[in-house]
Design a protein around this ligand. Structure first.
Ligand code: OAD
Length: 251
């Protein structure tokens, strides 16, 4: 099943039948859902951030200790880029789906805050939020900052860093527990715009499969999840999600 900009997309009727009958949905999103807003993904060839930058030099505690200014400035650049984007039809469709299915739990690996800007509520941020800061030492939250250099913590005086999960760090406990609880009770699990390569986020789809929830993947390209998903919808999230929303609303 494909959904390029040229082809009209057709949501399988078997999927629509399942969706109209179920209430407990979990949606896990990745950077692909924000791609149509102009936020770069991580692993797409040419355009992905990790094709151009070395994550070990920019997204680890060690990198920050060795070179706090470079890491901070890279995050300031990304913050600015994100501030200049807007939610796209895929983000907005999830807001509508949450109205149609108030039990929908939205878990995102994205740090850009675009789901919240679109109007989604109770978003579980698995990898933190790029706009927030915390202390690199005492971990206490710090204020947002547009400064060119990392500010000092008001509590301990050490440097503030972005409140995102870096390589080698744990997922925030509250987010992990809330997501795990949601998976235990879901009927349908959507994996949208993620390469399904990064754990533990990728393990959520595996748990959903083990629990025999219906697993729906929406992605421009095949991923390690595609062959095991009940529905692998290939194409733009900004096309598939609005189409699904219309059918659920009509349901
Ligand atoms: P990736 O860059 O690994 O994957 C993005 C996925 O989105 C790819 O599978 C693309 O095919 C797909 N994609 C791109 N545009 C799309 C569109 N318009 N519609 C649908 N799919 C589209 O990004 P993530 O899976 O989000 O972690 O990466 C996971 C984590 O790795 C990130 O949260 C980040 C990164 O290192 C941290 O920073 C901790």
């Amino acid at each position: 099943m494909t959904g390029s900009e040229q082809d009209p997309i057709e949501v399988p009727s078997t999927l629509v039948n399942t969706l109209v009958k179920t209430e407990q949905w979990v949606v896990m999103t990745g950077s692909g859902i924000s791609a149509e807003s102009g936020v770069p993904t991580f692993r797409d060839a040419q355009t992905g951030l990790w094709a151009q930058y070395d994550p070990q030099q920019l997204a680890t505690q060690e990198a920050f200790e060795n070179n706090p200014h470079v890491v901070w400035q890279w995050y300031q650049w990304r913050r600015e880029l994100i501030r200049n984007t807007s939610p796209n039809p895929a983000h907005r469709a999830l807001v509508d789906l949450q109205r149609l299915r108030p039990n929908l739990i939205l878990v995102t690996q994205n740090v850009d805050g675009l789901h919240q800007r679109a109007g989604s509520t109770n978003v579980i941020e698995f990898h933190g939020n790029i706009h927030r800061n915390k202390c690199s030492h005492c971990q206490k939250p710090g204020p947002e900052s547009e400064a060119a250099q990392p500010p000092n913590c008001a509590h301990c005086g050490e440097l503030l860093r972005p409140n995102v999960v870096w390589f080698g760090e744990s997922i925030p406990r509250v987010a992990l527990q809330a997501a795990a609880h949601a998976i235990e009770t879901c009927d349908v699990f959507f994996s949208v715009g993620t390469s399904s390569l990064v754990y533990p986020a990728a393990a959520m789809a595996e748990t959903a499969l083990t629990r025999q929830a219906i697993v729906v993947e929406i992605n421009l390209n095949p991923t390690p999840l595609s062959s095991r998903a009940d529905f692998a919808l290939q194409g733009l999230a900004g096309q598939w999600l609005p189409a699904i929303t219309d059918l659920v609303r009509a349901g």
